[in-house]
Ligand binder design. Structure first.
Ligand code: PEP
Ligand code: MG
Length: 590
């Protein structure tokens, strides 16, 4: 809670989807899922109890199936999110374990389900990665639906809401968010969820403001309270004063005008005032997100995080399954490029069936390219799938977490082997496929000139580069103040890699979060970065600022930037020099 006066309360959460809405709160209940009683079942009633559980599961499955069938067209690309939840109904961890618990402990189905879910939750809670926590949320959503059917609770029919309201809930499952009627629901706020939760992804597709992870908003906000949802800042204001209302009405208006402007122009090329053209591309995790990249005017996909296809399943995907997904993405984007990054699993993206050992320091452990080189079968399967997909459009392949030259040579040898084997089979693929590496470990920065001989492009992963260079865990809020992209050490590292790339005639991109923040653009242009890749929603604003900049000025500006000794000094310099341009694109007002 940030501040309170007599009536007005302001809550800080996580920005789920940008934009501002003002309206009446509508609380979505989750009756029956929180208070569960425990009782014992006699041996002779055991069968009846498991049957009752199976019946509730079947009912939830049928309900989800009918939601999938009625999903609005705009959300069709997200069907797979709901389909993945369909599979969870038969998941061993949830379905199998609940039946086992009923049978072993002779307890009622509700209690068994609650116990199993709290075990699953505690496993996921120990993982710091927000993506994995999002997957835990999927299991919780599915189990809550089963629980409601077990206890016979009324389910909220979001599709039937008749008033213009803002939804307030402990959580909204992807199934619930899929039922949102855009003419009725202005936005939503939830206690749970984060940026990478499916609920957040769907909110961004619907393009309605959403604030997630508010902890206790559903307890503080009452039905019909007037609330302001600022999805850009991640703020919710309850019962605003007249003064606050006027202030946010104005802000809302400015945001809408600004958003309409940048969206209208998002399909224009990102060409600077002095005529230099840049590629502004999107990062995707799920194949469905290509739609969003195209809708926001992306010039391609600069980072396809393929590891997400390895989650929520019992075993590694086959070459055919991978190929199918890659081909879809590549065909939809063609002739625009699709940069497929080979799997960056483990550390913060651990996969149960892919982790053989307990590592005390997984972020420095067997992850990314290291994992792939130690599991040649898994790597080869993916490389062949990528090569096969390359026949259907413009594919680039990229290796993550490179920390020494041997890794580049080894990975390229395996790529060549994959190509030879496809050649022998007579399979078509792009023989001139561009090969790149991610620069996200300090040793790769220092050895960039060595690596440059073997690759076609560099892509700087600033999310990890900042983490490893500044020794700041990217997910640790206690040291978040040190996680600064504008730390002069980071700027000098980017400069070094960009200089090497230019000297060797390589293209260089940035695909970490740093590329999606307009404040960093003058610096990145001045340093000589050619391509940028970011979350799709940031593409329009980045394109619009590039159109207002001049590369020559940016190059001169870098000389001043390099004299600065602190991140705050760099930020001040940027704001003093380019503040008016940032203001023009509406940045300071957001
Ligand atoms: C990065 O590290 O900057 C990056 C883009 O990769 P990821 O965020 O997937 O680690
Ligand atoms: Mg990374």
């Amino acid at each position: 809670m940030l501040n309170t006066n007599e009536r007005e309360i302001q809550l800080q959460g996580i920005s789920g989807s940008p934009g501002i809405c003002i309206g009446k709160a509508y609380l979505v209940g989750r009756e029956g899922v929180d208070v569960v009683e425990k009782y014992f079942i006699s041996e002779e009633n055991l069968k009846k109890e498991t049957k009752r559980f199976k019946k509730a599961v079947k009912k939830s499955k049928d309900e989800l199936f009918s939601i999938i069938e009625q999903t609005p067209k705009k959300l069709r690309p997200h069907d797979s999110i709901l389909e993945a939840q369909m599979l969870l109904f038969k998941d061993k961890m949830l379905y199998g374990e609940t039946i086992k618990t009923i049978e072993k402990e002779l307890v009622n189905a509700e209690w068994a389900l609650k116990k199993v879910v709290s075990n699953v939750k505690s496993i996921f809670d120990d993982m710091t990665d927000t993506y994995l926590q999002g997957r835990a949320a999927d299991i919780i959503h599915v189990s809550e639906s089963i629980m409601q059917n077990l206890v016979g609770a009324e389910k909220e029919d979001i599709a039937a809401i008749e008033k213009r309201v803002i939804l307030v809930a402990v959580d909204l499952s992807p199934a619930e968010t899929s039922q949102i009627q855009l003419e009725k629901i202005m936005g939503f706020v939830t206690d749970r969820g984060g940026k990478t939760s499916h609920t957040g992804i769907i909110a961004r597709t619907l393009e309605i403001p959403a604030v997630l992870g508010l902890d206790n908003a559903s307890r503080i906000i009452k039905n019909d309270d007037i609330i302001i949802v600022d999805g850009t800042a991640g703020i919710v204001i309850i019962n605003p004063t007249d003064q606050t209302l006027i202030q946010f009405e104005e802000r809302k208006h400015r945001y809408e005008v600004y958003n309409a402007g940048i969206t209208r122009d998002s399909h224009l090329p990102a060409e600077t005032v002095d005529g230099v053209l840049f590629q502004v591309m999107g990062n995707i995790e799920l194949p469905e997100e290509v739609v969003s990249v195209i809708a926001h005017g992306g010039d391609g996909i600069g980072l396809y995080r393929t590891e997400f296809q390895y989650f929520n399943r019992p075993d590694f995907p086959s070459e055919h399954e991978l190929f199918d997904k890659y081909k879809d993405v590549v065909e939809v984007m063609a002739p625009r490029p699709v940069t497929i990054r080979t799997i960056d699993i483990n550390a913060d993206k651990a996969i149960s069936y892919a982790s053989d050992s307990d590592e005390t320091n997984p972020v420095l452990g067997l992850r990314g390219i290291r994992y792939c080189l130690q599991k040649p079968d898994v790597f080869m399967t993916q490389l062949q799938a990528i090569l096969r997909a390359s026949a259907f459009g413009n594919v680039r392949v990229m290796f993550p977490m490179i920390s020494c030259y041997d890794e580049v040579r080894h990975a390229k040898r395996m790529l060549n082997e994959a190509a030879e084997s496809l050649d022998k089979e007579g399979v078509d693929f792009d023989k001139n496929i561009e090969v790149g590496i991610m620069i996200e470990v300090p040793s790769a920065v220092i050895l960039a000139d060595v690596m440059a001989k073997d690759v076609d492009f560099f892509s700087i992963g600033t999310n990890d580069l900042i983490q490893y260079s500044l020794a700041v865990d990217r997910g640790n809020t206690q040291v978040a103040y040190l996680y600064q992209p504008l730390n002069p050490a980071i700027i000098r590292m980017i400069k070094h890699v960009a200089d090497v790339a230019r000297d060797h005639g390589l293209k260089i991109s940035i695909c970490g979060q740093m590329a999606g923040d307009p404040v960093n653009m003058t610096i990145l242009l001045g340093l000589g970065i050619d391509r940028f890749s970011m979350n799709p929603q940031s593409i329009p604003i980045i394109k619009s600022i590039i159109r207002l900049l001049n590369v020559e000025d940016a190059r001169l500006f870098i000389k001043e930037v390099l004299k600065e000794t602190t991140d705050t000094g760099v930020m001040e310099l940027v704001l003093n020099t380019f503040g008016s341009i940032l203001f023009d694109i509406g940045y300071t007002e957001l």
